[in-house]
Design a protein around this ligand. Structure first.
Ligand code: PGA
Length: 250
């Protein structure tokens, strides 16, 4: 049985003071979250602090990206071992902002996914189509290609220790959420695609939805059969908003 999983992607927001407040607020409401798993993904420089603050609670920590190499002359990158040392259990890879603003290709994302696994971190693989790709009717082709890059490098069995986040790029930070049916269609496509290779892996795979999830639409989205929680941006920056989403998942 899959349990619902909600991850807050804080992106490049906050300060030491504000993240302390945010964690305090989330912790205060964790009692009402039920069975949902809760992850926070702070900016890298705050991971150590957040890991300390959540110690002993049910909140897990993830990174927003991960270096594709394990050590050496890779200025600006952070290795999986470093993230692990500071308490990360998860690593987001292939977020659309990394793909579109920083030029990460499917191949680069697959290498980061591999680095996460090699270092005992669970990758949260983000996939999703641009608005023009949806309008051209090639959503499945794009999402399929993004997933294939990872499967061809690491194998379908690697998804047993991973999470996929379907995030239509046109819904991220725009206030435009995919309808529950639109999201469900793509989630089902993803699960069916993986089931064709390995039914067990597909049945147990957590597939999150991301893109303007809020307390007001979370329940409807998470009620769809193949939507197993969410990857939350804007609404993860306020404890009450984030907790409302976690409660909808729980
Ligand atoms: P959003 O971001 O919730 O602000 O749309 C989601 C994401 O980028 O993961």
């Amino acid at each position: 049985m899959r349990t619902k999983l909600v991850a807050g992607n804080w992106k490049m927001n906050g300060s030491l003071a504000s993240i302390r407040e945010l964690i305090k607020g989330i912790q205060a409401g964790m009692g009402s979250v039920g069975s949902a798993g809760v992850i926070v993904c702070p900016p890298a420089i705050y991971i150590a602090e957040v890991s300390k603050l959540v110690e002993g609670s049910n909140i897990s920590v993830g990174s927003q990206n991960i270096g594709d190499q394990d050590s050496g002359a890779y200025t600006g990158e952070i290795s999986g071992a470093m993230l692990k040392e500071y308490g990360c259990e998860y690593a987001i890879v292939g977020h659309s902002e990394r793909r579109s603003i920083y030029g990460e290709t499917d191949e680069m994302v697959a290498n980061r996914y591999a680095a996460a696994r090699r270092n005992g971190l669970k990758p949260i693989l983000c996939v999703g189509e641009l608005l023009e790709e949806r309008e051209q009717g090639i959503t499945e082709e794009v999402v399929g290609r993004q997933i294939d890059a990872v499967i061809s490098l690491e194998g379908v069995e690697s998804l047993a220790d991973a999470v996929i986040a379907y995030e239509p790029v046109w819904a991220i930070g725009t206030g435009k959420t995919a309808s529950p049916e639109q999201a469900q269609d793509v989630h089902k496509f993803i699960r069916d695609k993986i089931a064709a290779l390995n039914a067990d892996v597909a049945a147990n795979l957590v597939i999150q939805y991301g893109g303007s999830v809020k307390g007001s639409n979370a329940q409807e989205l998470f009620g769809m059969p193949d939507i197993d929680g969410g990857l939350i941006g804007g609404a993860a920056l306020q404890a009450d908003d984030f907790l409302a989403i976690c409660q909808a998942a729980g």
